[in-house]
Design a protein around this ligand. Structure first.
Ligand SMILES: Cc1cc2nc3c(=O)[nH]c(=O)nc-3n(C[C@H](O)[C@H](O)[C@H](O)COP(=O)(O)OP(=O)(O)OC[C@H]3O[C@@H](n4cnc5c(N)ncnc54)[C@H](O)[C@@H]3O)c2cc1C
Length: 376
């Protein structure tokens, strides 16, 4: 198979310390480099990245089996160097194969094919598009939806800036970006489905879904994010925004998996059928008239669980509003003693803040670095 190559030379202060901080960060996101002959080797979704340092220069060599994978690896290096070396694109010199893309290669244009409500507050939208195979991942089940402003008949989709990063239109044609879970996908038939929570205080994601009609277009980028690791005993917990991920994770569990599923919704009409192994119990938590993100129902239910002791194979996956996620994460780590390989607790949204505000200033909360088009 032909290989594609790029080299990056970055003139930065304290290159060794920057590389160390960057590799530590990537390691936290399950991307581990190995040391070999004074170089660090990192495998990233099919690409091999080799880092080497001189006192004030960091070299990165990228090799990938396709231009698309090479681009993703380039963006990984680019964004992490910008962040950890606090440098600008002008400090990075790229040489090698030219990347002939008009748009970020992860970008796909999707057209609404079908809209139907699973419950009064959960709307499933089937979206059709070409070349969706990269979105069929068992590990990276999340994506970024790229949403035009309402009433814009001819949206402008992202292009690429000279440094290879995605460039988004501004002004009335600006695009909003929101994170969702790919609930189902069939690339051979050219479709994927997203389940949208129709929530109060609707932002661009929810509003788009509320008015979605056959023929409407949106963009997608990704995939990214992390998901649960299979274990003999599993906890899957969250509010309605986590339902698509819980359903997808549950579909992948073996029939002998034991454990508990906890889901907070408004009321019984918001419950849906979940494909669970027979030895997993399911508990719906109804918050009634209390606004989403204001109760301790989920936290209390998690605290009341009997979680198997440390010698058992166990895993907890939780996604919920920021405050609940923080409380549950602390409890699972500090009181139950689950280590990083035994739990993943993610804030899917934050009450009173939109997604852009929630992410700003929260570098340490990001998911596993996603292939960039419009990623986190
Ligand atoms: C990895 C990941 C996967 C996700 N998957 C899904 C998914 O499959 N389906 C899904 O519906 N959501 C999902 N979410 C959550 C979704 O991204 C957020 O709810 C997002 O804020 C929705 O965007 P918006 O434009 O509707 O609202 P925003 O513009 O982001 O926010 C507007 C206002 O709405 C409030 N708000 C946001 N979400 C809710 C809510 N659920 N209930 C009440 N108020 C809310 C905000 O606090 C803010 O005040 C996921 C989030 C992450 C991080």
């Amino acid at each position: 198979m032909p290989q594609h190559h790029l080299r990056c030379t970055a003139r930065i202060d304290q290159a060794q310390a920057v590389l160390r901080a960057m590799l530590d960060h990537l390691h936290e996101h399950e991307l581990s480099a190995t040391e070999h002959d004074a170089s660090w080797l990192l495998d990233y979704d099919g690409a091999r990245i080799t880092f080497r340092c001189e006192p004030d220069t960091l070299h990165a060599e990228l090799v990938a089996p396709s231009q698309e994978i090479l681009y993703d690896a380039r963006m990984l290096v680019h964004h992490h160097l910008m962040e950890f070396a606090e440098c600008g694109p002008q400090d990075l010199q790229w040489e090698g194969d030219s990347l002939a893309f008009e748009r970020p290669p992860a970008f796909r244009l999707l057209t609404v094919d079908r809209v139907h409500d699973l419950t009064p507050h959960l709307r499933r939208v089937r979206l059709r598009g070409n070349d969706l195979a990269r979105y069929q991942s068992q590990e990276d089940i999340h994506c970024k939806l790229i949403l035009p402003q309402p009433g814009i008949a001819d949206p402008e989709w992202p292009t690429l800036a000279a440094d290879g990063t995605p460039r988004f239109p501004e002004g009335e044609k600006r695009l909003d970006i929101r994170t969702y879970t790919i609930r189902c996908i069939d690339p051979s038939q050219g479709w994927l489905e997203i389940d949208f929570v129709l929530h109060d205080d609707a932002g661009p994601g929810c509003s788009w879904a509320a008015r979605a009609a056959v023929g409407d277009q949106i963009g997608i980028s990704g995939p990214g994010g992390r998901t649960a690791k299979p274990a003999a005993w599993m906890l899957l917990a969250g509010d309605e925004t986590a339902l698509p991920a819980i359903a997808r994770i549950a579909e992948g569990l073996t029939a002998d998996t034991r454990g508990t599923v906890l889901v907070e919704v408004q009321s019984a009409v918001d419950e849906i059928a979940l494909p669970l192994p027979p030895s997993m119990t399911l508990q719906w938590l109804h918050r009634g008239e209390a606004p989403a993100g204001t109760t301790s129902l989920l936290t209390d239910a998690v605290r009341a669980l009997e979680i198997p002791s440390g010698s058992a194979s166990r895993y907890a996956w939780v996604a919920a509003e920021f405050t609940a996620a923080q409380t549950i994460r602390s409890w699972l780590r500090e009181t139950v003693g689950l280590n990083n390989k035994e739990q993943l607790v993610v804030a899917y949204w934050r009450r009173g803040m939109d997604e852009t505000e929630t992410k700003s200033g929260k570098r340490q909360q990001k998911d596993r670095p996603a292939p960039v088009g419009a990623s986190s």
